[in-house]
Design a protein around this ligand. Structure first.
Ligand SMILES: *Cc1c(COP(=O)(O)O)cnc(C)c1O
Length: 396
């Protein structure tokens, strides 16, 4: 981290207090730009669950992103932001700008969604029946089960129809008078095994072919032509550590495999990147509120922890190494959160100077995805304050 950036973070912490969660919108813009440049034929639907802060949604919308929501709360959050915006700013991509990509939707939610022009995913017959009854006007995307091997967060045990049953489910939808627009999958989050994508694309391509052979209608009409949605989901990895393969390599593989397996004019490719957009855009500043030596090891007690921004350690299986603003010889130290629970252990092996004092500040980078989103107020310790920097309108 540059000295200028360190100074800025310290100034922000002095002004707003800690724990402080800093969103750098320039990094959001850079990430979005990289995604579009490397996957030019893929429209990103930002997965709101990775970080649903309204400032992030606004910036993503300004950039031309569409959105993947997974609850009525997230739907409303996005809809509130986009509904009053000038029509000309909306890219009328497919339907509108939202896909509701939770395959399981309560009946009540479906009834609410029915009035909007959105896509929803499904992966089983019971859900189809529910959709028929409560939301017959939404667009449908069938989610298939694909290999999640080598991904940090596995999703295939819970979601996705078996590829062998996919064409039958699409036919069932047609029997119910519903139209399936396309196919989606998710290779698992933080995917470092790019074969997952290749296999998933092969499944999707085979299902499209099978549907065609069996005269099962799939796709939506645009200018009299039938187009199929190919939703390649999320999973795009972030380089938290040097061993993570590069997004550039993945993008290259995706572009060539999509070109090889599908006709360009037949499909509309969308993706649901979550982590990729937000992880590197956020930094946490936290304060040392206590210090002790236990079993010869220096222990720092911080005002943020595992029940709060560091919740990503539990739910997302990530680590966010802590760094000091002050220089000093690095030693293995323990870092704990503020609550009365020993589970609130951030790390038993953070490398920090041993002579830090109470009220000194620490920071953790790349902490934007699945962190704030899953923070609680357990034990009465509030979530981190959030500040945005480098917003387009110049607001700090
Ligand atoms: C969580 C999720 C995403 C986002 O995944 P990332 O790995 O963060 O890109 C996309 N689509 C669906 C359906 C999800 O559940």
């Amino acid at each position: 981290m540059t000295p200028e950036r360190k100074k800025l973070l310290q100034e922000l912490a002095a002004k707003h207090g800690t724990p402080l969660f800093v969103i750098d919108h320039q990094v959001l813009r850079d990430n979005f730009k990289e995604f579009r440049e490397k996957l030019p034929d893929v429209q990103p639907y930002f997965a709101v669950k990775a970080n649903s802060h309204p400032d992030i949604i606004k910036t993503m919308f300004d950039l031309g992103s569409s959105f993947d929501v997974a609850s009525i709360y997230e739907f409303k959050l996005v809809h509130e932001h986009i509904k009053d915006w000038p029509e000309k700013k909306r890219q009328d991509f497919i339907w509108d700008k939202i896909i509701y990509a939770n395959t399981i939707k309560p009946a009540k939610v479906l009834a609410k969604l029915d009035q909007y022009k959105i896509l929803v995913t499904f992966d089983n017959l019971e859900e189809l029946k529910k959709i028929k009854q409560h939301a017959p006007n939404v667009g449908l995307v069938l989610r298939i089960r694909v290999p999640n091997t080598g991904s940090m967060v596995e999703l295939s045990s819970k979601f996705g129809a078996h590829p062998g049953e996919a064409a039958d489910l699409i036919a069932e939808a047609a029997n119910l008078g519903l139209n399936v627009e396309g196919i989606s999958f998710h290779v698992g989050s933080q995917c470092n095994n790019f074969d997952n994508y290749i296999q998933a694309l092969n499944f999707a391509s085979s299902i499209f072919k099978e549907a065609q052979l069996r005269n099962i209608e799939i796709g939506f009409l645009r200018d009299g032509k039938r187009i199929k949605v190919l939703d390649i989901g999320g999973g795009f990895p972030v380089k938290y550590t040097p061993d993570v393969k590069s997004f550039a390599l993945l993008a290259k593989k995706l572009n060539s495999e999509i070109k090889r397996s599908f006709k360009k004019d037949d499909i509309q490719v969308i993706a649901e990147p979550g982590r990729f957009m937000v992880a590197t855009a956020c930094t946490l500043v936290t304060k040392i509120i206590g210090k002790s030596i236990r079993d010869g090891k220096t222990c720092y007690y911080l005002d943020d922890g595992v029940y709060h921004t560091f919740s990503g350690q539990v739910y997302d299986h990530q680590h966010y190494p802590l760094h000091a603003f002050k220089d000093g010889d690095l030693k293995v130290c323990a870092t704990f959160g503020p609550t009365c629970d020993a589970f609130d252990t951030i790390s038993l092996a953070d490398e920090l100077p041993e002579d830090l004092q109470i009220d000194d500040l620490l920071y953790a980078e790349n902490i934007g995805a699945y962190t704030l989103a899953s923070a609680t107020d357990f034990n009465g310790f509030p979530e981190a304050r959030v500040v945005s920097i480098n917003q387009e309108n110049g607001k700090k």
